[in-house]
Design a protein around this ligand. Structure first.
Ligand code: HAM
Length: 417
C-alpha cells in the first residue's frame, strides 16, 4: 500500500527545526509585551462571509485562494486566510474596546491560502502580527512599525528594506482609482491578459503585477501621493517625519498598494533579498473602515503581520539560530542495569537543578552510551560502574574537554558544574 503523504503546500515542523520556531515565538511574545500588546487567539475557521466582507470581493485571496467548504449543517465556513478580519470580529463580539484608549493585540498561528506552492509560499503558513485599535493618529502607525522593526532586529535580521506609502482617505483612494483606471484603459493594449481582467474589478492590484509588459506601463502610471487630500497628506508626512527623527530607515514606494481591500492611509511592506521572488516577509497598514464594515462602531486601526516561514528562510540564509538547538547538559550512563536506581536518582537530582538530562533506555553498552552522549552533544557524561558503587562515587566526564573527575555521590546536589 502506498504511504499517505502530507498535503501539497503544507510542511511538518521537525524536531531538527523546532528550536527556530520556539525562539521566534518567544521573541514575538517578549517584544509584543514590551510594547503593551496582549495575545488574542481566534478559531482557525470562521463564517465565510467574514472574509468576503472584510478582505474584499476583488482581491486574489477571496477570489481564488480561500479554503471554503460547506459543513454538515449546510453553513459555509472558511479556514482563515489572515488574522485581521477575524481579530476584529472577536474584538467587536467580545466588547474588548475601551473608551478613551487604544486596545492592542498580537497573534501567532497557522493561516491558509490556496496558492501555487514555491519557496516561501505555502498553503498552510504561519503569521505573527499585531493590531493597534482606536487611534486615528499617525503615532500609532509609527508604534506598530517600531514594534515590527524591533522584532526583526531582535531575531537577528539587519539587512532588509521597509517600503512605505499612503493610500490616503477613502475619498483620495477612490479618486486615485479612477485616475489610474483611465490611464490603464488608455494603455490597455500593452497590458497582460491577467491585468486586463483586473481593470474593472480591482485596478490597484495591477500595480503589483510581476509581468514585464505591465511593468513598463505601470512605470508611467499616476502616483497615489499626488491624489492625497490635505488631511491624508498631513497624516503621511507626520508618519515619515517621526520615523526619520527616530532613525528608522524606509523608502517611499509610490506604487505600493498591498493586496487586501481594507487599507487606507499608511501601508508598508518589509522586503529581503534572501527570499527570491516572494521577497516580502511582512506587511501592514491602516484600516480605518474595517471595524464599521464588520458591524462594530466606527473605529480606526493599524497593524501588520510577518510570514514566519519567510523569517526562517532569511535566518537560515544568515546561518543564525543553529546554535540555539537544544542539547543535553548531562548524559547519565551505567555499566549494568543493576544500577538503574542510581542512574535515575542522579538524573532526577540534576533535573531538579534545572539541567537537561538524557538517559539510555535501550540498555546499550557503556561504549554505546558514550557514543550516544557524543552524538547528542551532551556537555557532561556521568558514568556509574562497580568501582564507583563500591566507593560511593560517580565519574563525571567533560565531553568537550575529554577530561574526567570522580565526585562523591552526595556532591551531585551541590557541585558547581
Ligand atoms: P499579507 O501581506 O497578506 O497581509 O500577509 C502578511 C505576510 O504573510 C506576507 O508578507 C508573507 O510574509 C506572509 N504570507 C502571506 N501568504 C503566504 C503564503 N502563502 N505562504 C507563506 N507566507 C505567506 C495580511 O495578511 C494582513 N492581515 C496584515 C495586516 C495586519 N494588515 C494589518 N494588520
Amino acid at each position: 500500500m502506498k504511504n499517505i503523504q502530507s498535503i501539497k503546500g503544507t510542511k511538518d515542523t521537525l524536531p531538527s527545526e523546532i528550536h527556530k520556531w520556539q525562539f521566534l515565538e518567544d521573541t514575538f511574545r517578549r517584544v509584543s509585551t514590551k510594547y503593551g500588546y496582549t495575545e488574542l487567539r481566534t478559531p482557525i475557521f470562521e463564517d465565510s462571509a467574514l472574509f468576503h466582507r472584510g478582505i474584499g470581493e476583488g482581491t486574489d485571496i477571496v477570489n481564488k485562494e480561500m479554503y471554503t467548504f460547506i459543513d454538515k449543517g449546510g453553513d459555509s465556513v472558511t479556514l482563515r486566510p489572515e488574522q485581521t478580519a477575524a481579530l476584529i470580529r472577536s474584538v467587536v463580539q467580545n466588547n474588548l474596546l475601551q473608551l478613551g484608549t487604544t486596545s492592542k493585540f498580537w497573534y501567532f498561528g497557522p493561516y491558509f491560502r490556496y496558492e501555487r506552492p514555491q519557496k516561501g509560499r505555502l498553503r498552510q503558513f504561519h503569521q505573527y502580527g499585531a493590531e493597534c485599535i482606536a487611534s486615528p493618529f499617525p503615532e500609532s502607525d509609527v508604534e506598530v512599525i517600531l514594534l515590527a522593526n524591533s522584532i526583526i532586529r531582535e531575531i537577528g535580521i539587519e539587512d532588509y528594506k521597509l517600503n512605505i506609502n499612503s493610500l490616503g482617505s477613502e475619498n483620495s483612494r477612490n479618486n486615485y482609482r479612477d485616475a489610474l483606471k483611465s490611464y490603464l484603459i488608455e494603455n490597455q493594449d500593452g497590458l497582460s491578459e491577467d491585468s486586463k481582467r483586473r481593470l474593472d474589478i480591482n485596478p490597484l492590484r495591477i500595480l503589483d503585477s510581476k509581468d514585464e509588459k505591465d511593468k513598463l506601463i505601470i512605470a508611467n502610471a499616476p502616483n497615489i501621493i499626488d491624489y492625497l487630500d490635505e488631511e491624508s497628506k498631513n497624516h503621511f508626512d507626520t508618519v515619515i517625519n517621526l520615523l526619520s527623527q527616530l532613525n528608522v530607515n524606509f523608502t517611499i514606494e509610490p506604487k505600493l498598494v498591498r493586496g487586501l481591500d481594507y487599507y487606507n492611509h499608511t501601508v508598508f511592506e518589509f522586503q529581503s533579498n534572501a527570499l527570491g521572488s516572494q521577497d516580502s516577509f511582512g506587511g501592514g497598514g491602516r484600516y480605518n473602515g474595517l471595524i464599521e464594515q464588520l458591524g462594530g462602531k466606527p473605529n480606526p486601526a493599524v497593524g501588520f503581520a510577518f510570514g514566519v516561514e519567510r523569517l526562517i528562510i532569511i535566518l537560515d540564509s544568515l546561518n543564525k539560530l543553529s546554535e540555539l538547538e537544544s542539547k543535553p547538559d548531562f548524559y547519565i550512563s551505567s555499566t549494568s542495569e543493576k544500577y538503574l536506581d542510581k542512574v535515575y536518582f542522579v538524573s532526577e537530582v540534576l533535573r531538579k537543578r534545572n539541567f537537561n538530562v538524557q538517559n539510555d533506555l535501550v540498555r546499550k553498552s557503556v561504549k554505546g552510551q558514550m557514543r550516544e552522549a557524543n552524538k547528542l552533544g551532551a556537555k557532561y557524561a556521568v558514568i556509574i560502574g562497580d568501582d564507583e558503587i563500591a566507593k560511593g562515587t560517580i565519574i563525571l566526564k567533560n565531553m568537550t574537554e575529554s577530561t574526567q573527575v570522580e565526585l562523591a555521590f552526595d556532591d551531585i546536589e551541590k557541585h558547581q558544574f
